[in-house]
Each structure stands twice: as structure tokens, then as C-alpha cells.
Design a protein around this ligand. Structure first.
Ligand code: ADP
Ligand code: MG
Length: 151
């Protein structure tokens, strides 16, 4: 399986990379973010939001599970860390199949409900301000997307 890596040396670089990625996104795209607390999932999402020209501040939606933002494309930002039961149907499908871009922090917790095709980004805490991002595309759309981003 193809995978792509990007090292960032500070939060700004992570944000900037996501901002650029955002310009390649299409309605219905789904991005899963995996990584420990503080790995940079929300920092990445904030950058993505900037790239989608979202003016509102994107915060971690830990207590609300899903937040929607208006931009060049709608952004559905999910943090499913507190979804008690991964099988609980909270209507995620409607977002995945909607007109926006969905970003899911801690996506593996709702593995059963994720779409077949998506882009998973694993964030690893390498050092104080150093992170490794590993992009794993599933499906043709996301393989093409990775090729575009990394070309
Ligand atoms: P998560 O959502 O994965 O819990 P956050 O994005 O909320 O993580 O927090 C990441 C923290 O790590 C922030 O305080 C951010 O400033 C810091 N940080 C340091 N270096 C980086 C980096 N290279 N990329 C992203 N965040 C970084
Ligand atoms: Mg977070």
C-alpha cells in the first residue's frame, strides 16, 4: 500500500501543510486523524479550516462530537474520543456523504461506521516540536489526492 510521510518541525508547519492540502479537497472527502493527545490533530484541522477560508476559530469539539463550519466547502469537524460506544449510530453517514469535508479525530473509535474509502493521517510525536505525519490513502480518490499533495 502506498503511504506518504511529512515531518514538521513546529505547529505552524503542520498547519501550513494542512492549509495547502485543503485546496485540493472536494465535497464528500473524509480525513481520519489518528495520534495521541497533543500529537497535532486539532492543529492540523485548524490549518485545514484556514485553507477552506473558514473565519471562525476551530476548537477541539471534544464535548460536542461534531461541529460544522462554513467555508469554500463546509467543514464537519468530529472528535469522537468521547463516543462511549463505537457502534452507537450518531448519523455520521450523513456527514460523510454530505457536501462538505469531514475530519474525524480518533477515527478508529468509530471504525465500523467509517466509509470504505478515506484518507487516514497518523500523527506521531517525535520530539518537543517535531511531528511525523503518515498519510495512508484508501481508495483511488485518496491515492490521487496524496499524489497531488506530495508532487
Ligand atoms: P491533538 O488534537 O492531537 O490532541 P493539538 O493539535 O490539540 O493535538 O495539540 C498539539 C500541541 O502540540 C499544540 O499545543 C501544538 O502547539 C504543539 N505542537 C508542537 N509542535 C507541533 C507540530 N510540529 N505540529 C503540531 N503541533 C505541534
Ligand atoms: Mg484534538
Amino acid at each position: 500500500m502506498n503511504q506518504f510521510e511529512k515531518i514538521t518541525v513546529d505547529p505552524f508547519e503542520t498547519s501550513q501543510f494542512a492549509e495547502r492540502l485543503a485546496t485540493f479537497l472536494q465535497p464528500g472527502d473524509v480525513i481520519a486523524l489518528e495520534g495521541d493527545l497533543g500529537a497535532g490533530k486539532t492543529t492540523f484541522t485548524k490549518g485545514l479550516a484556514k485553507g477552506l477560508e473558514i473565519k471562525k476559530t476551530v476548537n477541539s469539539p471534544t464535548f460536542t462530537i461534531i461541529k460544522e463550519y462554513k467555508g469554500t466547502l463546509p467543514l464537519y469537524h468530529m472528535d469522537v474520543y468521547r463516543v462511549a460506544d463505537g457502534f452507537e449510530d450518531l448519523g455520521f453517514d450523513e456527514y460523510f456523504e454530505g457536501d462538505g469535508v469531514t475530519v474525524v479525530e480518533w477515527a478508529h473509535l468509530i471504525e465500523e461506521q467509517l466509509p470504505m474509502e478515506l484518507l487516514t493521517i497518523y500523527l506521531y510525536h517525535e520530539d518537543l516540536e517535531k511531528r511525523k505525519m503518515v498519510f495512508v490513502p484508501k481508495g483511488n480518490r485518496y491515492e490521487q489526492l496524496c499524489k497531488e499533495i506530495f508532487s
